[in-house]
Design a protein around this ligand. Structure first.
Ligand code: MN
Length: 205
């Protein structure tokens, strides 16, 4: 993996068409090759001009942005967040078919949210509640699973929250296929969630 400057746009862990028919190939091309690439390029430019930031990993950049010189704080949060969030989102999907496997995470979801359906309903409601652009997340905070949202390219607070799963609800993530229907996109996304990957984040000590 590529955690330090200079950042490169690591390839998707599946084919661009792998998420069809739920997320279309063209959206995946544009989203990965153009949107994420732009965040990578902007972050490299920013760090190229501010070498003192080059020793920070991507996760450290999104955790410590508010300790940096004032004029760098928002640019770092936006650009590093854009790379961190997109990588997390893309890696959290896989070809359809593994719906909701039985594993330590899915058992915990059933325990804490009573059932997969109630978790799904809650997650969908939160994702729909994001006004404008942002993300819905499943995070672990003090052994509790929580559904949170972040605006723009803000990340969860990595000091206290461990991301398990994220959904990009910026319009560019779904507009070509789902037009303005964010709810339909969210339903489709549930078919391509990579629960094994999510479980790995959950179990990581
Ligand atoms: Mn995006």
């Amino acid at each position: 993996m590529n955690h330090y400057y200079p950042f490169i746009n690591t390839p998707l862990p599946y084919d661009y068409h792998a998420l069809e028919p739920y997320i279309d190939q063209k959206t995946m091309h544009l989203h990965h090759d153009r949107h994420l690439q732009t965040y990578i390029d902007n972050l490299n430019t920013l760090l190229g001009k501010n070498p003192v930031l080059q020793r920070y990993s991507l996760a450290e950049l999104v955790t410590n942005w508010n300790t940096f010189p004032k004029q760098l704080q928002i640019p770092v949060r936006n650009q590093a967040g854009g790379v961190y969030n997109h990588r997390f989102f893309f890696e959290g999907m896989s070809r359809p078919g593994q719906n909701f496997p039985e594993n330590t995470l899915t058992r915990e979801i059933q325990k804490q949210f009573h059932s997969f359906d109630s978790f799904k309903t809650l997650f969908k409601d939160r994702a729909l509640s994001v006004f404008g652009s942002g993300y819905a997340w499943l995070v672990l905070e003090q052994d509790m699973l929580k559904i949170i949202t972040t605006p723009n390219q803000n990340t969860p607070d990595l000091k206290t929250q461990r991301p398990i799963l994220t959904l990009d609800v910026w319009e560019h993530a779904y507009y070509l296929k789902h037009y303005n229907l964010r709810a339909a996109y969210i339903d489709d996304w549930f078919h391509v969630v990579n629960w094994n990957k999510a479980k790995m984040h959950f179990q990581q000590s």
